[in-house]
Ligand binder design. Structure first.
Ligand SMILES: Nc1ncnc2c1ncn2[C@@H]1O[C@H](COP(=O)(O)OP(=O)(O)OP(=O)(O)O)[C@@H](O)[C@H]1O
Ligand SMILES: [Mg+2]
Length: 222
């Protein structure tokens, strides 16, 4: 576990399904907490087994891990994040908005795109908060495809906001999203800074059986 010698503030554990991401991220987070650091362990996987492993009930707010002083755990649940995001957008519309307008926005904010931006919104808060009380934030991620998408979102959404004044219906009022542009840019800066972020690719060693095949000798020049 040499990545713990001089650990960056943000550690991402990623890799294929069932290779040991949750085991390693939890072990690393516990090792850092045991060394006196304040650590937040984040699950971005709806099917995470961190709760069973640590004996806690995962929530979308930090939960202290019993028996490990300094360690808290949080789950970015896409459904919970979407509900909270939708509510924030509706609150942002203010008292002047009619029930029909609010219903229309609720309808618009019910697709996969909203789920994505809502999860990313939570994720970017953790990356952009330089004032947070955590020395280290350790991410136990979902199997690779989902994580690669999540990691690419700061760039994708920052680019979208820079080039688009009209917004997209699945995001809600664009002005609200524009307000978060600075945070998205801070998240992007943190992700692309190797002194602040490390990605640990977890893999399972497997013996590869090589069978010597007779190689036909041909002279292609004749
Ligand atoms: N270093 C290891 N040696 C042997 N077994 C391990 C090791 N690390 C994890 N395991 C076992 O492998 C299984 C999967 O581990 P774990 O849940 O940590 O993987 P994961 O990558 O998080 O899986 P998922 O993709 O489903 O989230 C568990 O039964 C765990 O006990
Ligand atoms: Mg896991």
């Amino acid at each position: 576990m040499h990545w713990l010698d001089q650990p960056q503030r943000f550690l991402f554990f990623t890799g294929k399904g069932g290779v040991g991401k949750t085991s390693l991220s939890a072990a690393s987070a516990i090792a850092l907490a045991d060394a006196g650091k304040r650590v937040l362990l984040v699950s971005t996987d709806a099917a995470s087994n961190l709760d069973e492993m640590l004996g806690i009930t995962l929530q979308n707010v930090p939960v202290l891990v019993p028996g490990v002083p300094g360690l808290a755990c949080i789950n970015i649940d896409p459904d919970v994040a979407t509900l909270a995001y939708r509510q924030r957008v509706i609150d942002h519309m203010g008292a002047a908005a009619s029930a029909a307008e609010k219903a229309a926005v609720t309808e618009q904010l019910s697709g996969a795109c909203t789920t994505e931006i809502a999860s990313f919104d939570e994720f970017s808060c953790l990356l952009a908060d330089a004032q947070s009380s955590y020395d280290h934030i350790v991410f136990d991620t979902a199997p690779s495809g989902h994580t690669l998408r999540l990691l690419s979102l700061p760039k994708a959404w920052s680019g979208f906001l820079a080039n688009n004044d009209q917004g997209a219906s699945c995001l809600g009022p664009h002005s609200g999203l524009k307000m978060q542009e600075a945070r998205f840019n801070q998240a992007l800066a943190a992700l692309s800074d190797p002194t602040r972020t490390a990605v640990i690719l977890v893999a399972r060693p497997e013996p590869v059986r090589c069978r010597k095949l007779p190689v036909p000798v041909r002279n292609y020049w004749r």
